[in-house]
Design a protein around this ligand. Sequence first.
Ligand code: NFS
Length: 644
Amino acid sequence: LADPKEATIDVASQQMIVRAQELGVDTVFDRAVNMKPCSIGAQGICCKNCSMGPCRLPLPKGGIEGKDTRKSLCGATPNTIAARNFIRMIAGGASAHSDHGRGVAEVFLAAARKETDAYQIKDTVKLKALAPTLGVATTVEVDGETQDRDIYEIAVEVGEAALNEWGKPEGELLNLKRAPEALYEKWKKLGVLPRNIDREIVEIMHRTHIGVDQDYKNLMKQGTRAAIADGWGGSMLATDLQDVLFGTPFPIQSEANLGVMKEDHVNLILHGHEPILSEIVVSVAQSQEMIDYAKTKGAKGIQLSGICCTANELLQRHGIPTAATFLQQELAIITGACDAMVVDIQCIMENIANVAECFHTKIITTHPIARMEEQSVLHIEFDEHHAVEDAKRIVKIAIDNFENRNREVMIPSQKATQIAGFGVESIQYHLGGTFRGSYYTLNDNIINGRIRGIAGVVGCNNARTKHNDGHVRVVKELIKNDVIVLTTGCNAIACAMEGLLTPEAAAVHCGPGLAEVCETVGIPPVLHLGSCVDNSRILLAATEVVKAGGLGHDICDLPVAGSAPEWMSEKAISIGHYFVASGVYTVFGVTLPTSGAPVFHDYLCKQFEGLTGGMWDLEIDPIKHAQKMIAHIDKKRKELGIDK
Ligand code: NFS
């Protein structure tokens, strides 16, 4: 069994791991102790792309002397195999983000065409800002006079243009022109401008089939093109269209950790990624009708909370509290107080069904592409055309289940205050200048050295490393050294649980320069920018910094670095690579599936800088990890002549 103190730094999670062990319910933390990863696969040098294999090419003990002669049955080298595996991970990650984006685009179009009452075009300002980037006019000439077009007319064309990005037969992704010009030109020269989102993913699957692409550099070129299609394509479209449909986030206060659950309330937990469903569940659950119904069952009300990126989506737009990171999902059920857990897609552990069977918790799957085999799991397929009815059914199931609690409820008391809801628009508001569209104050404070640089710290938890330890230590080391942190995903949840997402954290944890800026402006030193598709906000924020001037003319010129201290998903690899492709030095913790192919590893970690200005790195030790990022930031400050 797992030692709770070794498994996580979070006291609430430690308590729940002990509780699970007392009840004989195994969790991911125990399984991580019992099953070790395959060392050959972990090094990236196992090829199972045909049935002559799997071919395994372990590094000889003592390393390679002379020529590396390892090869598979067909002759594939470690570099070819590791590159194939790596870009297949990019394909997996890019497809997850982008299919989410496609789903949003479809609902967006249904809303624009008024085929559903459940969704409206909420943020018309953002819609109008977005329209020109997709080639849609916001005004029309009538009798020589310029008139505003109807919002829904614009929205229909925006929805159609957006959906077209997934499969258009010609041209290139429209969003690419939103990148700094120098970056766009670089991509063009490298031949990596994505043509459409789906095609780049399909081409990865083709190129990595037996006997196709056998040059790790050429394989990575396609990996780069697909990753750009994710960050600047599918993910960015998901974020933009979600903002228009549900509102662009602005700073909002809430709480985080398992302690947000309430014993005397119906606890309905929303877990997964797309806000399409959860947005409607929130509005239904907050209706008087449902609250009254909950009271008839003996509950004081309905406590909603979130897990994974659904949590981030609902937090940034509604202040719904965050119950848990990826690794705490089983623990939320082990409280005995989770009446229903609604899931859609991505990062949902299959084992929650087993854990739920030991309690009264109802697991409800809602997405046609993500079902569970267990009989005990309910499936309510969600459809935007009858969204409210579906949401009502779901909320009622949770309420009806309140009476069925069958074990002692044990909710940990730990929870922390958090401010979330930052984005390109709100950073401009807080750290902008007098002129609209400018990040003047931010740039000015970077130039004068109060802020040393900007870090994007993102990504998952991973049961192969101590839960939240890497996240928290990397971020604390950065802000201690005056590096402002932009966070998303499960890193944001970890930082929230640690109290780092409050303005008060500045005085406690920051270096003097960053503390002064945060205190003057009234912002936390760690800004929560949302879910993992919202990493696209980081790309656009970096672009705004370039545009505001004084710090070079491309993202790779900026004193900026990226990090995923506890990554585990394919999505993280796609994100990491679109950061690298956009010119950002990006450090991952835990492991990288490249160590068995030193030449390929070197290509990603050193030579890539000559291509895009960004490069990969691996650093397991959190302090060294942050220090490497700071060293890169200092290198860029020196190149800009602002190192004093
Ligand atoms: Ni991101 Fe969100 Fe968390 Fe990792 Fe999973 S929730 S999309 S993949 S585990 S950060």
